[in-house]
Write a protein that binds this ligand. Structure first.
Ligand code: ATP
Length: 234
C-alpha cells in the first residue's frame, strides 16, 4: 500500500532522515519504534507532504506522492493523528469531528462513520456538545483518532498515541487501534512505548539517528535481545 524508498529529509541544512526505506501492506499494523529525536515524527511528516523529502520516493498504491502537498495526500486516503493530539480545544467534540469530514461530500457515508465512532467511543457521544479542551487526555486522544477516522482514511498514521496517558488508558487506546485495523484501516504506528506497539503490530521497524536499523515481524522484535535492552528496559 505504501512504499518508501531511499528517502532523505532535511530541515534546512540538517539531515533528519537518511536513506529510509520501508513498506506497509494493506491491512497491516506496522510500527516504527525509536528513541526521542530518532526521526519518527519526521518520517510521518514526510509521508504526509508536510516536510517533503529531498530525495527518494514515496508511493501510495503505486502512485508517487512525494511531490504532493499535504491536502492532496489527505484526499488520497492518508490521515495523520499528530503527536500531542492537537484537537481544537475551544470547539465542541462534534465540531472537531465535523472538521475531520471537511473534505467529504458523501453525507450518508459521514453519518455512517459518525455512528461507528460513537460505537467505538461511547464517551464521545455523551460529550458531543462539550468543548474539546475540557476532555481528559485519554478522551482527547480518542477524539483525535476519531477526527482522523471521519476522513475515512485507508492508511492511518498515529504519532505516539500513548504519550502522557495513564497505563489503563494506554491499554484501551491500543485495543481501539486493533479494532480500527480489524474494521479495515491500515495503520502505521509511531511509538516510544515499544512494548505495547510491538504487541499490537504485525511488523516493526527500529529507527536510530534518522536511519532504519532493524526490521522484522513484531513478535521477533519483541524477542530480540538488542531491542529488549534498548527499548523494553529488560
Ligand atoms: P520524538 O519522539 O521526540 O518526537 P522523533 O523520533 O519523532 O522524536 P523527530 O521529531 O522526527 O524525532 O526529530 C528528528 C530530528 O530532527 C531531531 O534531531 C530533531 O531535533 C530534528 N527536528 C525535528 N523537527 C525539526 C524542525 N522543525 N527543525 C529543525 N530540526 C528538527
Amino acid at each position: 500500500m505504501l512504499e518508501i524508498s531511499g528517502v532523505d529529509t532535511y530541515y534546512g541544512s540538517i539531515q533528519a532522515l537518511h536513506n529510509i526505506s520501508l513498506h506497509i501492506g494493506e491491512g497491516e499494523i506496522v510500527t516504527l519504534i525509536g528513541a526521542n529525536g530518532a526521526g519518527k515524527t519526521t518520517t510521518l511528516m514526510t509521508i504526509c507532504g508536510v516536510v517533503p523529502p529531498h530525495s527518494g520516493s514515496i508511493r501510495f498504491e503505486g502512485k508517487p506522492i512525494h511531490y504532493m502537498p499535504a491536502n492532496q495526500v489527505v484526499r488520497l486516503g492518508i490521515c495523520q493523528v499528530p503527536e500531542g493530539r492537537l484537537i481544537f480545544p475551544q470547539l465542541t467534540v462534534m465540531e472537531n469531528l465535523d472538521l475531520g469530514a471537511y473534505l467529504r461530500k458523501d453525507k450518508a457515508g459521514v453519518a455512517e462513520d459518525l455512528a461507528y465512532i460513537f460505537e467505538l467511543f461511547p464517551i464521545l457521544a455523551e460529550r458531543r456538545n462539550q468543548s474539546g479542551g475540557t476532555l481528559s487526555g485519554g478522551e482527547q486522544q480518542m477524539l483525535a483518532i476519531s477526527r482522523a477516522l471521519m476522513a475515512r482514511p485507508r492508511l492511518l498514521l498515529l504519532d505516539e498515541p500513548s504519550l502522557g496517558l495513564a497505563p489503563i488508558i494506554i491499554s484501551q487506546i491500543f485495543e481501539i487501534i486493533k479494532q480500527v485495523n480489524q474494521h479495515g484501516t491500515t495503520i502505521f504506528l509511531v511509538e516510544q512505548n515499544a512494548n505495547q506497539a510491538l504487541k499490537v503490530a504485525d511488523r516493526g521497524y527500529v529507527m536510530e539517528n534518522g536511519r532504519i536499523t532493524m526490521e522484522d515481524k513484531a513478535e521477533n522484535l519483541l524477542a530480540n535481545e538488542a531491542v529488549r535492552k534498548a527499548y523494553l528496559g529488560i
